[in-house]
Design a protein around this ligand. Structure first.
Ligand code: NM2
Length: 521
């Protein structure tokens, strides 16, 4: 069968319309766009912050319970299935799939913002604010976000590997509850929301990455940054990526992605060893102490009386951003986790994922806190004057060989991450709108290329509407309708686990033979 004919137009067309209907007006009517964006952001975050926060904590508690419960022993796969990858490779794949440009963007700069605007009435730029800055980075890039990522993995993995239904769409993983409706209108609505969320989440990544890359490039070339330069960066990267996707140079992309992990290791070790090693270790230890003692307060802190804006700007925004990426991660992690038990996957993802992010924040964020608190560079003042990108450049230049080595390596890291993020998003989006695609099959390349271009257009809209709020809003609005869908998936999983395993587990068996798995209608 001709591959191009396999596009599911009932999904593709609404997804296309929604994406364009949001990006084009934002791009064309910039001024009004920015006003609306601010209003919608304030409305959504102030009315729903409690829901985002509760959902984040729910993910952590549910997964820890699931992993420790009798269901933890269940293998995601048949009795003879063995894990396909070594645990190290598996963990590294999960980390690289879930983390891209975003951590490079935030790790140096986020503590600087926290020091200047700490929560809980802590005094700005004080010693305590510096200590909390370390802890907040570990909180926003730790257990809760990884639990959000992990949540959809289990319903999807159970559907694919145990129920043997090809659940390459999230609607399929809701079948335990919605049954046949997953194949009808309700299923389509679910999948459109999922696609919308992915576009929104990736929009945030691109909306942050493009201005950063522009600043970095401008500082190396010694030219003025401007909107035009941003548009050139966005245009060139979209064109290069679309070209790569079109010409089938996927292997090249994978090689680039591998190269990038080495650049990241290098820059982490470089800052750790040549920077204030002991300070970093002390600050990290201390940060984890603050995090663990205050975990519930941070998790549920809505700041209801003062309404100072901290949870909206940080926790709610972050949880939303991770939620928007969660379906993509769930599909990916489910695919590579065949043959592992639920317990292994729960704790593997939560522990390896958190530690990976913690290291970035401990080293790069710790370095930023160090130069501020020891007076090497007043990043707090600089960020107010030149914004995020310029401050990152200033921080990098304080390192040995800052200009000749660190800055170019950092740019390479950002550019490759930008490319691999768009590339993998285009891949997942196009497989979402392809009918009956097998696990190892590639979605049609016209469609993949189209998605790469559409993501570029969407990012253009966000950039023109301007500012961080538009970029943050993209994830927040996209994630909100996804929360009930993710909860539906959890119910669906629980129903399946109970019907398939409750009798068996009480008799001590762990794996089920195929004849005992209840069929899905
Ligand atoms: N998250 C981790 O842009 C990226 O790095 C993709 C973003 C959700 C903030 C992941």
């Amino acid at each position: 069968m001709n591959k191009e004919s396999k596009i599911d137009y009932a999904l593709m067309i609404p997804a296309l319309i929604i994406t364009l209907a949001i990006s084009l007006p934002l791009a064309l009517f910039k001024e009004q766009g920015a006003g609306i964006v601010n209003k919608v952001f304030a409305f959504t975050t102030s009315n729903f912050k409690w829901a985002f926060l509760i959902f984040g904590l729910f993910c952590v508690l549910f997964l820890i319970w699931l992993g420790c419960s009798k269901y933890g022993k269940i293998k995601l796969g048949g009795p003879d299935d063995k894990p396909e990858f070594s645990t190290y490779t598996w963990a590294a794949m999960i980390f690289c799939a879930g983390i891209g440009i975003a951590i490079v963007y935030w790790a140096f700069i986020e503590p600087v913002y926290y020091m200047g605007g700490p929560p809980f009435g802590i005094e700005k730029n004080s010693t305590l604010a510096a200590e909390w800055a370390g802890a907040l980075g570990q909180f926003h890039w730790g257990i809760t976000p990884w639990a959000i990522y992990a949540l959809p993995t289990f319903p999807i993995a159970y559907a694919i590997h145990v129920k043997k239904i090809p659940a390459l769409k999230l609607s399929t993983a809701c079948k335990g509850i919605i049954g046949k409706k997953a194949d009808g209108a309700l299923g389509k609505i679910i999948d459109i929301i999922v696609i919308f969320a992915m576009v929104g989440g990736v929009g945030t990544s691109l909306g942050l990455a493009v201005p950063l890359v522009t600043t970095l490039v401008a500082s190396v070339l010694g030219i003025q940054e401007s909107m035009t330069l941003q548009l050139i960066v966005l245009g060139v990267s979209t064109a290069v990526i679309a070209g790569t996707v079109w010409s089938g140079l996927q292997k090249g992309m994978a090689a680039l992605s591998n190269l990038n992990t080495y650049v990241a290791y290098f820059l982490l070790l470089f800052v750790f060893l040549l920077g204030p090693t002991i300070y970093i270790l002390n600050l990290w230890t201390n940060s984890l102490g603050i995090l663990f003692t205050n975990f519930f307060r941070l998790s549920l802190g809505t700041d209801p009386v003062a309404n100072g804006g901290f949870p909206e700007a940080w926790t709610v925004f972050y949880w939303a951003w991770w939620i928007a990426y969660a379906p993509m991660m769930g599909l990916f992690v489910a695919r590579i986790s065949k043959g592992r038990t639920i317990r292994e996957v729960v704790f593997g993802e939560l522990i390896f994922g958190s530690i990976g992010c913690w290291i970035f924040f401990a080293i790069w964020g710790g370095y930023a806190i160090h130069i501020q608190t020891t007076g090497i560079l007043d990043v707090a003042t600089i960020v107010g004057k030149v914004g995020t990108g310029g401050t990152i450049v200033a921080i990098l230049q304080t390192l040995p060989a800052g200009k000749v080595l660190v800055l170019p390596a950092f740019i390479l890291l950002c550019v490759i991450f930008l490319a691999t993020t768009i590339n993998s998003a285009a891949f997942t989006l196009s497989s979402q709108v392809t009918k009956k695609i097998a696990g190892d099959e590639e979605p049609p390349r016209v469609n993949r290329t189209l998605w790469a271009v559409l993501l570029g257009v969407f990012a253009l809209g966000l950039l023109l509407a301007g500012g961080l709020t538009a970029v943050q809003l993209s994830s927040v609005v996209a994630a909100l309708p996804l929360i009930p869908i993710l909860i539906l998936m959890v119910f669906s999983l629980m129903k399946w686990l109970k019907e398939d395993y409750d009798d068996v587990l009480s008799s001590g068996e762990v794996t089920l033979t195929e004849d005992k798995i209840k069929p899905v209608n």
